[in-house]
Design a protein around this ligand. Structure first.
Ligand code: AMP
Ligand code: GLY
Length: 377
């Protein structure tokens, strides 16, 4: 198959790596815009992920049969919808419709969806600027800490956990009145704080059937020993030690199945990944968030453990044959660590090259080439 992956991060490298390795050369891969990692798996294409017109032209010119969206931005901006045009609709597009992508793009949409389908999540209430006074009174009576969430996409910074009522009111005002996150905080969700341990669950669905991919846990704090500011994720592991069979059975019954049934009942066009961010409280799972894509850095530990060819899985989703698929998982553990520019997640400079000697596989281990040749890694 000729496949185009959208994105240029570690996640897209992991997706491309799986397709190249597990597909054993069956697929021709293109990645827009890609990175030096993805260049080892296919051909990088210099087109922006939101330039739908150029992407569409590229797909026609290069006989692309499948597009896999890595990040949420093109999905929330309607990439799937664009690919429903006559001349593009023969291409299997892996990612939900713009409407379905609201599961990630709007916290209020996601909370209302969970509410409609009885999916366990933190209690909440949403407020717009016209309801500012009502919101302040609600906050004053709220138990501490209080979780405030900008409704829209805010680059991973839209969630603030406030330890005092004064902080919560200040933050609420900054979001709603001073538009701290622009349009993204025109609506604010106020949520009950859940105290527990988090993990990430991933499914690939056609909006009716689904397959469960290996689970993962990312570590969000910038500092050693889980301290400091939250980031997009400084590393991840898979499997997750506390995701026992019993717990995962609860996750399937109380969260995954009602989520997929909800998509089906509401006739939401959704062929793609659902990343469910969970928190385990007293051995019960609650949804913290939905994402309409795979996670980063989680994908970097999920893909090495997935023995199936991801392209075949995506094709099965597009052709509604997921129920014929058996997911095969490598029992071994995977871990990934993220290297970031100094200052992250505050102010930092972008554009540095990451140089890292390529690891060469020799016998049962990985070795650095050159002077590290004899050192097993
Ligand atoms: P989100 O963008 O919704 O995933 O939130 C980012 C992070 O904020 C999560 O990974 C959690 O660590 C934290 N968080 C979000 N909602 C809650 C909540 N209701 N209770 C406790 N922590 C939360
Ligand atoms: N690692 C969290 C995310 O991808 O949203």
């Amino acid at each position: 198959m000729n496949i185009l992956i959208l994105g240029g991060g570690g996640r897209e490298h992991a997706l491309a790596w799986n397709i190249k390795e597990r597909g054993q050369g069956k697929h021709e891969l293109f990645i827009a815009p890609g990175n030096p990692g993805t260049a080892q798996c296919g051909t990088n294409i210099d087109i922006a992920i939101t330039d739908f017109e150029e992407l569409g032209k590229f797909c026609i010119d290069n006989k692309i049969e499948m597009v896999i969206a890595g990040p949420e931005e093109p999905l929330v901006k309607g990439a799937w919808d664009y690919f429903q045009k006559d001349q593009l609709k023969h291409i299997h597009f892996i990612g939900p419709s713009q409407f379905g992508a609201q599961l990630e793009g709007s916290k209020a949409f996601a909370k209302a969806f969970m509410h409609r389908h009885d999916i366990p999540t933190a209690a909440y209430k949403e407020f717009s600027a016209e309801q500012f006074e009502e919101g302040v009174n609600y906050l004053k009576a709220h138990s501490l800490p209080i979780v405030l969430k900008a409704d829209g996409l805010a680059g991973g910074k839209g969630v603030v956990i406030c330890e005092t009522h004064a902080d919560a009111i200040m933050e609420f005002e900054a979001m709603l009145v001073q538009a701290k996150f622009g349009d993204a905080s025109k609506t604010v969700v106020v949520e009950q704080f859940l105290d527990g341990i988090e993990m990430s669950v991933f499914i690939l669905t056609d909006g009716k059937e689904y397959v469960l991919l290996p689970e993962a846990k990312d570590y969000k704090r910038i500092g050693e020993t889980d301290t400091g500011l939250n980031t997009g994720g400084m590393g991840a592991v898979s499997p997750v030690p506390f995701a026992s069979e019993e717990f995962m059975e609860k996750v399937t019954r109380k969260i995954i199945k009602p989520t997929v049934a909800g998509l089906e009942n509401e006739s939401i066009n959704y062929t793609g990944f659902v990343f469910i961010g969970l928190i385990k409280v007293n051995n019960e799972p609650y949804v913290i968030e939905y994402n309409c894509r795979m996670g980063d850095p989680e994908t970097e530990v999920v893909m090495p453990r997935l023995k199936n060819d991801l392209a075949e899985l995506c094709l099965a989703a597009a052709q509604h044959t997921l129920s014929d698929i058996k997911i095969e998982t490598d029992d071994r553990s995977a871990a990934t660590v993220v290297a970031v520019s100094g200052g992250y997640p505050g102010n930092f400079e972008k554009g540095y090259a990451i140089s890292f000697p390529l690891l060469r596989r020799v016998g049962g281990g990985y070795y650095f080439p050159g002077r590290y040749k004899r050192k097993r890694w």
